[in-house]
Write a protein that binds this ligand. Structure first.
Ligand code: AHR
Length: 313
């Protein structure tokens, strides 16, 4: 009502009536699990009913979930798109049903720009650049062979994190990317792929650094390096992305060097945007950008671990 609006309470009054469907990718990483937990908590704080559909890494499941949310007549749809392409038809259906879509943590191809209201994501090219710049600074002019564990093939964050890193090292001819393969953002594949890199690199002594598109793959890679008798964090530099508690434990143990933080709280800003849109007809900016902060082993990793460990990871 006008009185409620004037009193500034319209947002919470409206929020109580909202139902949001969230098509989540799955639980491939510690970061992803935290994002799901945090999303539930953020919805609860705002009295929003959040229906989460776990797609188990499959785009077809995400498309099905979106269609089901449309059929249920939800007020908004949150989508964490596993890959960047293939969304046009289903997002057109949401648009026709007048259900606003908010992208969380990953992007879709620019051709789909008119099909969603806003995207809450980090600048994932920048994340890769921060990782590459850190490495360049560490190695100085010394020759350095790097192996890269990529995220899920076709995911915007995998494409962008690679691009940012490649750009950062391009001006450092002493740094060479010698191997690059997907580890699908999981610990187990990170370990598996790292084992194959070590084998292919004659036991791994020629590897100077590992760049992983997320911490979970790095934790798997650290395990593989230790099993092969290598010393991650000392003989082999590590830099990854997410800042999950376990990577800080590894840093404290001297087995990891750096990570770029990605907040698991994408839902908070997304919910605020959708509430304001619904209650006050306010269109949010097309991109709500989250921060990307570099942490290194010099940043009191055990303290950071303690501060993060109960946040849903
Ligand atoms: O889209 C964000 C990425 O997805 C996270 O960095 C990774 O851990 C997750 O699986």
């Amino acid at each position: 009502t006008a009185t409620a609006l004037a009193a500034g309470v319209a947002v919470s009054a409206q929020a109580a009536d909202l139902t949001v469907g969230f098509s989540q990718i799955g639980s491939e990483s510690g970061w992803r699990a935290a994002e799901t937990t945090v999303s539930k908590a953020e919805a609860k704080k705002r009295n929003v009913t959040l229906k989460i559909a776990d797609a188990q890494q499959k785009q077809e499941n995400q498309i099905k979930a979106i269609r089901s949310f449309i059929a249920q007549g939800v007020d908004a749809i949150f989508l964490a798109p596993v890959v960047a392409t293939g969304w046009d038809s289903v997002l057109k259906e949401a648009k026709e049903a007048k259900i606003p879509v908010v992208l969380l943590d990953r992007d879709i191809d620019p051709s789909g720009k008119d099909l969603y209201l806003t995207a809450v994501t980090s600048d994932s090219v920048h994340e890769g650049k921060v990782a590459g710049d850190w490495l360049a600074k560490q190695v100085g002019g010394k020759p350095c062979n790097v192996v890269e564990l990529q995220g899920t093939v076709g995911a915007s964050v995998a494409t962008n994190r690679k691009k940012g890193f490649d750009t950062a090292i391009a001006s450092h001819p002493n740094i060479k990317l010698v191997r690059s393969q997907t580890g699908d953002f999981t610990r187990s594949k990170g370990k598996e792929v790292m084992e194959s890199f070590i084998k292919a690199e004659g036991g791994g002594s020629s590897i100077c650094a590992v760049y992983a598109h997320n911490d979970d793959m790095m934790i798997g890679a650290i395990q593989a390096m230790k099993e092969a008798g290598l010393k991650p964090g000392k003989d082999v530099l590590t830099v990854s992305i997410d800042a999950v508690p376990d990577i800080f434990k590894a840093m404290a143990a001297g087995e990891a060097n750096a990570t770029v933080e990605l907040t698991p709280n994408m839902a908070g800003p997304a919910l605020d945007a959708i509430i304001d849109y619904k209650a006050n007809n306010k269109t949010p900016p097309k991109w709500i950008q989250t921060d990307s902060k570099l942490f290194t082993a010099a940043d009191e990793p055990m303290k950071v671990y303690e501060s993060k460990k109960d946040l849903g990871y």
